[in-house]
Design a protein around this ligand. Structure first.
Ligand SMILES: NC(=O)c1ccc[n+]([C@@H]2O[C@H](COP(=O)([O-])OP(=O)(O)OC[C@H]3O[C@@H](n4cnc5c(N)ncnc54)[C@H](OP(=O)(O)O)[C@@H]3O)[C@@H](O)[C@H]2O)c1
Length: 237
């Protein structure tokens, strides 16, 4: 199957890989976003390692996903993975990066976080300065020999499931990364999860794809978009 993908401002044709991926992906945390990502990835033929503070809970969830999922303790999962996704809150990721610095050496770390909290009026507010992003802050806390990527947090968990594998055109998941050598792996992962990848630039662009950002579902963009719509939105600023 061929998908039209836009990356680095170019339109190119991308062949969708339906073979089982050999990249090992660990998802840490079984909340809304961790479960949504694991569900989409296994549906897309991507094996995942499920990890949680509660191994029994992880095993139970892995069984519910079928043979593409296995469950492991958090430290083992990180060691066995190429890509590690801590699907936990911003402040917990800071702790996670410190606690697991040794096992994270050589890994790609994907940050899904949005630095927000309830504002007490039924909405949400940013927990960091308006001009800051979780992606930039966390990227500066990662061990030197890791690759840091911002992805999978641009949609709410509901849309991440309901908008995946859309036909005839895939919806877009934006991502940001400085190390473009790893982009093939990130794009394969986003594709396996039922979306079309769109690289918006370096980690300094993370603010655009976090809540309140101009490319977030809960920001100026306000919806899911196709590649063509994404291309227009990215350059509209
Ligand atoms: N919900 C959304 O719509 C959405 C959308 C985009 C991005 N995000 C981002 O995704 C992240 C998770 O959000 P969520 O809605 O999925 O939250 P959630 O449902 O509250 O789940 C968070 C999970 O974090 C795990 N956890 C907490 N502390 C941990 C620690 N120290 N070590 C390991 N695991 C820990 C817990 O998993 P266990 O129970 O397995 O221990 C918990 O289930 C946040 O950064 C959020 O900003 C959320």
């Amino acid at each position: 199957m061929h998908l039209c993908a836009v990356n680095n401002n170019n339109i190119k044709t991308q062949t969708m890989n339906t073979a089982v991926s050999t990249t090992k992906v660990a998802i840490i945390g079984l909340g809304n976003i961790g479960k949504a990502m694991a569900t989409n990835l296994t549906k897309g033929n991507q094996p995942v390692i499920i990890a949680s503070r509660d191994l029994e809970k992880a095993k139970e969830f892995a069984v519910s996903l079928g043979s593409s999922a296995t469950a492991e303790e958090i430290t083992v999962a990180i060691k066995n993975a190429d890509i590690v996704i801590p699907a936990v809150y911003f402040d917990k990721i800071k702790e996670f990066l410190k606690t697991h610095a040794n096992e994270l050496a050589g890994k790609i770390i994907i940050d899904v976080s949005n630095p927000i909290a309830p504002d007490g009026k039924g909405g949400f507010k940013k927990t960091i300065d308006q001009d800051q992003s979780a992606g930039k802050i966390l990227s500066e806390l990662t061990p030197a020999d890791t690759v840091f990527v911002k992805a999978f947090g641009t949609l709410g968990a509901g849309s991440l499931v309901s908008a995946a594998f859309s036909e005839p055109e895939r919806n877009v998941l934006f991502y940001a990364s400085d190390n473009t050598n790893s982009n093939n792996k990130i794009e394969a992962l986003i594709t396996a999860s039922g979306f079309a990848p769109f690289h918006i630039g370096g980690i300094d662009q993370s603010i655009r794809i976090e809540v309140f950002g101009d490319l977030h579902e809960f920001g100026a963009l306000g919806k899911t978009v196709t590649l063509e719509e994404a291309g227009k939105s990215v350059h509209q600023r």
